[in-house]
Design a protein around this ligand. Structure first.
Ligand SMILES: Nc1ncnc2c1ncn2[C@@H]1O[C@H](COP(=O)(O)OP(=O)(O)OP(=O)(O)O)[C@@H](O)[C@H]1O
Length: 746
């Protein structure tokens, strides 16, 4: 599908419906209930449901979301073309809107939550850092100015979530599996936490630990590796920062020589190494996006305040020379990084990982999917990082698909799997609404919603181009909007985020670059203008609201173009006790006969991802949305690993524990899904033979541990005329240099 044509077609479609940005696009339509299908065009058709007239559907309707390759890091220039506009002109001058909240002192460098690079350096110069001397932690002096910068004021609504209500989490089910799980703590106390950390926790006004923190703190203190799956907004950042910083405050800098030092360097060289400007972090935290890395860095600065620990942050899109100087001058005890920039710095020997004691993968499922996995392997296995036995490895996310859990074992040692929350991982604090809206009507539907609401609203779209178009469209309709996506320069991205955080612009149009981890206070509404191709991505996106015990609303525009995720979507809604509109069931029933055959897993999973999923049957296959320890469900002590049986088939490991590759199957009218790794479903014939899978590049090649076997002899070839499949680049707009995705196959 030609992206240019499809976008043009979209624009023509918009033009047909009168949506041009300079005229009233669509008469406001009142929807009787939130779940009513959105009227088609001007005709106000009957709601689409079972037996009702279906809105005309064209298989081309949704192709306009065609994605473009991400730009390599080096291509992110500081372009000042202002595409998409940051709307720096005062809003009143442009007609205003009820969304506007006057903010006369807007200055992104002074109001941002992300402005601590500057303050952090000041912080050092003011000499209030502590240090480690003669085996003792000497804590620095207090500074009220820095404390305001780091922790904000109680009334600072741009930075504080209002009405944090973690009691809501008290009856959330928590499951910890693995040998000898340590007991959870119930309060922040010293011991077990370091006394200095407690003073910083108090400054942050955290009264009690969240469930994930209650468990992760003793697990890490016990020296155990951890894979933690907890709902969005439930305090996972503290879940890894608290035990790590507490340990560092108590034990001081690591001095341990690694075997590599002993083998390859002379004592003189070692001496040179430690006095050179090379950063020698004790902790490495890897995150998928620059904005998330920056946010974790800010949190690390808070909780490391006045301690000997110097946090440091490196990510792409910014001047590497500046980062090198930061590492050299200020030290780098706790390093937060995006993988691409870190590899660059490792290769230039500005950072060495030989002293590492803690490795953290935040958004770990994202970090281990095919976009990042090669870089993560390079960092963990090919550089000088201590081996898995000699470091503590922690992985955190709100979703942990089974295939990623399999892969994660390579990086973990005797780990505890912690699951906080329901198996379906959306929070019940988020009210989820689904509206049936054809692609042509989405803009009108959006305007209707925005005209009746004035809160901070995040709008997710699938492509960067669409983000720009929608931003322009909203701006031309007098809404204070801005956009964040991977084609914008880092300065534009940060400016957009700051503008949204501070409430200068109450609408942020975003691609998936803003989907994970970002903690923006008081986001009231997340609108999935486009639904993502994978339900886990939806879970993360809506998780930008309803955080820290607050409530929020998530509205999804749904149509038949989303039928590939409809069953997973229904399960997510049910698990969070949300209403499932009839039209979703109807589309799901259609899916049964036409079947998209798409698995998940971004080139890793595919048809066999989880038992029974290849045929699009979720429930029968026992798939869960990442909240279960696969060891409990797939593992058979006899040496064979099985999935849970379902109508779609059975997950399949052979009796010797050797993985049998997944074979996609070709449902009528659908495309094959592919998988090459993990506990795969063993779907019904016809099979797609492995040679077909190999067309798709790295991510679809079998994992090195997989022993690929020939397909069963009866597997037929794909039917004549099956179009050749090609990988397309996704629109994740993050640090993944070679991220490939099967999105928009059809
Ligand atoms: N113990 C606590 N008490 C009060 N607030 C807390 C506590 N722990 C974390 N928070 C606040 O809760 C919010 C969400 O925390 P955090 O960003 O760590 O969530 P998360 O689980 O990592 O979310 P996501 O899945 O989106 O990455 C933050 O604003 C944080 O400051």
């Amino acid at each position: 599908m030609d992206p240019g044509n499809s976008v043009e077609r979209l624009e023509q479609q918009f033009a047909k419906t009168g949506i041009k940005g300079d005229q009233e696009p669509h008469p406001p339509v009142s929807t009787p209930t939130n779940y009513a299908p959105y009227p088609q065009g001007h005709q106000h058709q009957q709601p689409y449901g079972v037996g009702a007239t279906r809105p005309p559907y064209s298989s081309q309707n949704h192709n306009w979301n065609t994605q473009r390759p991400p730009r390599p890091e080096g291509h992110y220039g500081h372009r000042n073309d202002n595409r998409g506009g940051d709307n720096q002109r005062p809003w009143q001058q442009r007609g205003g809107s009820p969304h506007y909240r006057p903010h006369n002192n807007f200055n992104h460098s002074s109001n941002s939550n992300n402005n601590n690079n500057y303050n952090y350096n000041n912080n050092r110069r003011m000499g209030n850092h502590g240090h480690w001397k003669d085996g003792q932690h000497i804590v620095g002096g207090r500074n009220s100015h820095i404390e305001r910068q780091l922790f904000g004021n109680v009334e600072d609504t741009d930075r504080q979530h209002t009405g944090i209500n973690f009691e809501k989490y008290d009856d959330i089910p928590v499951e910890a599996s693995g040998e000898n799980c340590p007991e959870a703590i119930t309060t922040f106390t010293a011991p077990p936490l370091d006394a200095h950390l407690l003073t910083n926790i108090e400054l942050a006004r955290y009264m009690t630990p969240t469930p994930v923190q209650k468990y992760s703190i003793p697990i890490v203190f016990a020296g155990r590796d951890l894979m933690a799956c907890a709902q969005t907004g439930s305090g996972k950042t503290g879940g890894f920062l608290f035990p790590i910083l507490s340990d560092m405050f108590a034990k001081g800098p690591s001095q341990r020589p690694t075997p590599k030092d002993e083998e390859n360097t002379t004592p003189q060289q070692q001496q040179q190494h430690s006095t050179s400007s090379t950063g020698l972090p004790t902790v490495l935290i890897l995150a998928p996006t620059r904005e998330l890395a920056s946010q974790i860095f800010d949190e690390a600065n808070k909780f490391a305040y006045r301690s000997w620990v110097r946090p440091c942050c490196v990510y792409g899109g910014t001047d590497i020379g500046h980062q090198i100087r930061q590492i050299g001058r200020g030290g780098c005890d706790l390093l937060v990084a995006t993988p691409g920039r870190l590899v660059d710095l490792l290769e230039r020997h500005h950072i060495s990982l030989r002293n590492l004691r803690f490795l953290v993968l935040d958004e770990a499922d994202r970090m281990l999917d095919m976009g990042f996995e090669p870089q993560i392997r390079h960092i963990v296995e090919k550089e000088d990082m201590p081996g898995v036995q000699d470091r503590t490895t922690l992985m955190f996310s709100a979703t942990f698909p089974r295939d990623i859990q399999h892969l994660a074992r390579d990086f973990l040692n005797d780990y505890v799997f912690l699951s906080v929350g329901r198996v379906g991982s959306t929070s019940e604090n988020i009210t989820q609404k689904v509206i049936y809206v054809e692609d042509d009507d989405k803009r009108a539907a959006l305007l209707d919603i925005l005209r009746s609401e004035h809160g901070r609203t995040l709008i997710f779209v699938e492509t960067r181009r669409m983000a720009d178009h929608l931003n322009q469209f909203l701006t031309s309709h007098q809404f204070p909007a801005t956009a964040i996506h991977g084609d914008r320069s880092q300065i534009q991205r940060e400016r957009a985020l700051t503008s949204f955080r501070t409430g200068h612009t109450t609408l942020l149009v975003a691609t998936a670059v803003a989907a994970r981890g970002l903690d923006i206070a008081n986001v009231e509404h997340v609108i999935s203008f486009d639904l993502p191709s994978y339900i886990d991505d939806y879970v993360h996106r809506i998780g930008r609201t309803g955080r820290a015990g607050n409530t929020g609303v998530a509205t999804a525009f749904f149509n038949r173009g989303n039928k590939n995720i409809v069953k997973d979507f229904i399960s997510i809604l049910k698990e969070a006790n949300q209403e499932v509109p009839d039209f979703m069931h109807a589309v799901a029933r259609e899916g049964k006969t036409s079947g998209s055959g798409r698995g998940r897993g971004r080139g890793r999973g595919g048809a066999g991802f989880g038992p029974g999923r290849g045929g699009g049957n979720v429930n029968g296959g026992g798939y869960t949305f990442g909240g279960r320890d696969f060891r409990q469900f797939d593992y058979d002590p006899s040496g064979a690993m099985y999935g849970m049986p379902g109508p779609g088939g059975m997950a399949y490991y052979d009796g010797n524990g050797v993985m049998v590759p997944a074979y996609g199957y070709l449902p009528p009218g659908g495309y094959p899904a592919y998988g090459a790794y993990g506990a795969y479903g063993f779907p019904p014939p016809p099979f797609v033979p492995p040679h077909f899978m190999h067309q798709f590049g790295d991510g679809l090649l079998p994992h090195p541990h997989a022993n690929v076997q020939a397909p069963p002899p009866h597997a037929p070839l794909p039917p004549a005329g099956t179009p050749p499949l090609t990988s397309v680049y996704s629109n994740h707009g993050d640090e993944s240099a070679h991220y490939q995705d099967q999105a928009n196959w059809y």
